[in-house]
Design a protein around this ligand. Structure first.
Ligand SMILES: [Zn+2]
Length: 91
């Protein structure tokens, strides 16, 4: 999958993230400009929305405090997946 984020196609790559950075289920790599998602979580739209916000901030070169960026990314993800019946999170 490739996502058009402000005119650049950002690939979404599924891979096994265990052992790499064990507390992460997904991350946006600003150097590669790639979103990596842990394979078992590949259908988790909330995770993907969260990483899309990181990619958007990076593409727009917006400087932001890390904590604030995490809050923004998670709130956008939650607003989308919790209110449009899209959440694939296991209850
Ligand atoms: Zn994040």
């Amino acid at each position: 999958m490739r996502l058009n984020i402000f005119g650049k196609y950002v690939p979404v790559v599924y891979k096994d993230l265990t052992g790499e950075d064990s507390d992460k289920m997904a991350y946006y790599d600003s150097e590669d400009q790639v979103i990596y998602v842990d394979s078992p979580n590949k259908d988790d739209l909330n995770l993907l929305c969260h990483e899309i916000v990181h990619a958007m901030r990076d593409r727009l070169h917006i400087q932001m405090d890390d904590g604030l960026e995490e809050q923004l990314a998670q709130n956008v993800a939650d607003v989308i997946t919790d209110n449009f019946n899209l959440s694939l999170k296991h209850e």
